[in-house]
Write a protein that binds this ligand. Sequence first.
Ligand code: ZN
Length: 180
Amino acid sequence: MLKAFPEKTPELERYSVITLYCLASLLLDGYAMEGVDEKLRNWFISFETERRAQEGLPDEHKDDQLREYRRLISQSTDAEESVRARLEMMERRFFIAYPDIEPRDGQRAFSHEQRLAIFRRDEGLCQLRLKCDGNRVSWDHWHADHKVAHVKGGKTTVANGQVACPPCNLAKSGHTIDGS
Ligand SMILES: [Zn+2]
């Protein structure tokens, strides 16, 4: 954190420190990425800039997520629930901003934070459309599909992931070796 934010960063409020710290340790532990500090700093400053720019907008033009974030930071910011919700929001947005970040161990399964980002980016709609017309899926019932299969060298990144509904996922796995 000190490396990422060496000088006083006016955007860095007390309530952001804990969520940024969690995000930083998650990235350092689980992902192979260069320049974590710089990415984290740049991302956070643009996040705060966007968030603050939204404050002046009428409610109907505000990003729902940022409005929710605003609500969370205006209440008890140290409550576990609030920290977790803010962290998830940051994970989603960070992984959408940097969709090529790869897990450290080249694993096949998408991580929770990658799934959050894929689901949000695809707006919860099936992208495969083999058996459906782009059905909406529920968070508890969808498959994170590798666009290019893992066995064919497809990476486990947000960029190579997409939302698949169960019937489409089954249909696709009929045509590929690894089902993904
Ligand atoms: Zn489908």
